[in-house]
Design a protein around this ligand. Structure first.
Ligand code: URA
Length: 288
């Protein structure tokens, strides 16, 4: 016999609604404790590019470009001066849309298969960002991209400076993948991956290539580059094929026991480790 809750003053519909409310309140709490915020005092001026990047739409460098191109207005007047200072009370527009600094949010998602990592999908399909945006209330952007069928660790954030630096080749961020191949790769082939192989867009190499101890047709590959389909192309250069691909590590972050489709906020120390690893200052955190 299946369990049915007793109907008292709480009808099933109302019960469901209450549960949803509780879940939402819990999620809201998690957002507050997980958000990093650099409080801007009311009378404190900040550089215009920082104000724009703090609104989560782009990095400071991209904000500089927008300013140069005359796409930014402060209190209705176009400002093209680099280093222009604004007050939190000033009204800033980018491409005529008002922007406002918001707290940074950092999310680690275990991306499920059959989901795409672009922020907008022209065919209207669900993107992984939809999964978390609904709960966090923030537009977050993926740091790098994973193919539709690649699963595993994906970092999402509205901290444009951090995202840009993590994706920049000069910071050599380590990414670790478990690639299930259609055959076992031999030792020479693994060494070849580390030595470098010729791809259509130039030589590429893995930092490390090892066979999985228990499942020999799984190769554990560490790479620093972020070229599109890199792992699949590295393996294809040996005449083998990747049949499943999962990212288990990104910089200092590990997927660990996070289940597929689940996500969590980064901890303060993780955010600061990531930021300092790419030479950005640490963030102050507020607890909700
Ligand atoms: N390499 C690939 O081939 N695909 C990914 O999604 C990531 C790295």
């Amino acid at each position: 016999m299946s369990y049915r809750p007793k109907l008292s003053s709480t009808s099933p519909e109302r019960f469901g609604e209450k549960e949803k409310q509780k879940k939402r309140a819990k999620a809201a709490k998690r957002v507050l404790t997980g958000k990093a915020s650099e409080t801007i005092a009311e009378n404190e001026t900040i550089r215009l590019n920082k104000y724009i990047s703090r609104s989560g739409i782009c990095s400071r460098r991209d904000a500089d470009e927008l300013i140069k191109e005359g796409k930014v207005k402060v209190n209705g007047i176009v400002v093209t001066e680099m280093g222009h200072q604004v007050l939190p009370t000033d009204k800033v527009q980018v491409n005529d849309n008002y922007v406002q600094p918001e707290n940074f949010v950092y999310v680690l998602l275990n991306k499920p298969g059959n989901t795409i990592t672009t922020t907008e999908d022209e065919k209207g399909r669900n993107t992984v960002m939809d999964l978390v945006e609904e709960y966090t209330g923030h537009r977050l952007y993926p740091v790098g991209r994973l193919d539709r069928n690649t699963t595993g660790l994906l970092l999402l954030t509205n901290d444009g400076d951090l995202a840009n630096r993590l994706m920049h080749p000069s910071y050599s961020v380590t990414k670790v993948y478990e690639a299930t191949c259609d055959r076992i790769l031999n030792d020479d082939e693994l060494k070849q991956l580390v030595k470098g192989v010729e791809l259509e867009d130039g030589i590429a190499k893995a930092v490390k290539a090892e066979r999985h101890e228990e499942v020999p047709n799984i190769v554990i590959l560490s790479v620093h580059e972020g070229r599109n389909h890199l792992v699949k192309r590295l393996i294809a250069s040996l005449g083998a094929e990747v049949i499943r691909l999962k990212r288990t590590q990104y910089a200092i972050l590990y997927i660990d026991k996070l289940r597929s489709g689940r996500w969590r906020y980064l901890k303060a120390f993780e955010v600061n480790k990531l930021r300092t690893s790419v030479k950005l200052p640490e963030m102050k955190f507020t607890k909700g």
